[in-house]
Design a protein around this ligand. Structure first.
Ligand code: PLP
Length: 413
């Protein structure tokens, strides 16, 4: 294979039909940001929108803002906008709470629909909070429910008619390995099991077709590829066929049929709103709205195409530029089996990542030894990949990562 040069990467950028979307973001100078899979970049419009909301809407309208500015409708309104990105109908998605809490709610709903079954099936590639939520729920129910965790490649074989719910994250947060959502959902359906997909690393990174795959429930994150800001509210999806047939156990007043009647007894709302719990976080929802604006007019198939091209480029350039430094590709090399990130194992991965960050190349680290590089096609350029790999080569060649300052662990890695 011919060697690539930086000029080749600049040429790829010139041909990139998504290149102008980068203007929608306030990227700091001198930073190559490969961590949109952890926290998306600040959209340019967010600051002004929040300032207006604070000064004019909150400041001037005060409590009347809930009606006057439609704050109360934000969970449904934003849910409907996310629906387009994940292959759902507009009335099947709502924005609320955190991904963890939403896992708890939809898993409870799924289990209640399969009262004769006791097993929740998941895999060792799932994000720990999802597994913890399932363990906590099983304990709370006190009816011998149990979480069975198998290797990712064994999930399909394990699906049988004793499984109540198959709960998986589509794209593995560590390796970027991607499950076949259509095939697993079809197999679960044939076995009478319900499916719950965590789309934290899918929504906004690639096309998702929940209804096309016959998925029952899904959850996802607002702060990664959706650019909603640190701790942004999450979303949840419930397939229409279950909306009125199911309930979740967190009986909050925003899920009540008539919250402002202040009845003492709980009666759930109809539709997806019964999955709401408490007062919506308006400032955070407004910021998420600006994150969703960055997808206006964007074709998710083009996003996927560029995401895979960026990942393939990274893999090729690391092979070309850094062949001798003990980096081991920990992600699938074939694009179809991969999400929008590429991970490398290195015995001193944490220190290498800190050295990269010191040079302005921001990725992140997951124990025990994985360096993760995420590709957000809306703002990452092909030349960024070249520059990031050049700096990686420098850090490894000069063994800069041996500086003891780079081994000190921060609270968030
Ligand atoms: C797949 C997945 N699910 C859930 C979470 C986190 O959930 P929460 O937003 O509730 O902290 C993450 C965080 O990175 C994640 O990667």
């Amino acid at each position: 294979m011919t060697e690539l040069t930086r000029a080749d990467c600049v040429a790829f950028d010139q041909d990139d039909q998504l290149a102008s979307l980068r203007e929608r973001f306030a990227l700091p100078d001198g930073i190559i940001y490969l961590d949109g899979n952890s926290l998306g970049v600040l959209p340019r419009a967010t600051g002004a929108r929040l300032e207006n909301l604070i000064r004019e809407e909150w400041g001037q309208s005060l409590i009347t803002g809930w009606n006057k500015h439609g704050w109360v409708n934000l969970p449904l309104h934003l849910g409907a906008r996310i629906a387009r990105l994940i292959g759902a109908d507009t009335d099947e998605v709502v924005v609320c709470d955190s991904t963890s809490l939403n896992v708890f709610k939809v898993l409870s709903a799924a289990i209640a629909l399969r009262p004769e079954r006791r097993i929740i099936l998941s895999d060792s590639g799932n994000f720990p909070t999802d597994l913890y939520m399932a363990q906590g729920l099983a304990q709370l129910l006190g009816r011998d429910h149990r979480l069975e965790i198998v290797a990712p490649e064994e999930v399909s074989n394990r699906i049988r008619d004793d499984i109540a719910a198959v709960m998986l994250t589509e794209v593995d947060y560590r390796s970027g390995r991607r499950h076949d959502m259509a095939a697993i959902s079809a197999k679960a359906k044939a076995a009478g099991a319900l499916t719950i997909w965590d789309l934290a690393h899918s929504a906004g990174a690639m096309p998702v077709d929940l209804n096309g795959c016959g998925v029952d429930f899904a959850v996802g994150c607002g702060y990664k590829y959706l650019n909603g800001g640190p701790g942004a509210p999450a979303f949840l999806f419930v397939a229409k066929r279950w909306l009125d047939a199911t309930q979740q156990p967190l009986y909050g007043w925003f899920g009540h049929m008539t919250p402002f009647a202040f009845e003492t007894g709980y009666r759930p709302k109809t539709g997806i709103e019964r999955f709401l719990v408490g007062t919506p976080p308006v400032l955070s929802l407004a910021a998420l709205g600006c994150g969703l604006d960055t997808f206006d007019g964007v074709d998710m198939r083009q996003v996927r195409e560029k995401s895979l091209a960026l990942g393939d480029l990274m893999i090729r350039l690391v092979e070309q530029e850094c062949p001798d430094f003990g980096l081991a590709l920990a992600s699938p090399s074939n694009g179809a089996g991969r999400g929008s990130q590429v991970s490398y194992a290195h015995p001193s991965g944490y220190a290498v990542m800190q050295a990269l960050i010191a040079h302005g190349v921001i990725g992140d680290f997951r124990a025990p030894d994985l360096m993760r590089f995420g590709f957000t096609p809306l703002y990452v350029r092909y030349q960024d990949i070249w520059d990031a790999v050049a700096i990686l080569r420098q850090v490894l060649t000069n063994e800069e990562w041996r500086n003891p300052a780079y081994s000190r662990r921060a609270a968030v890695t």
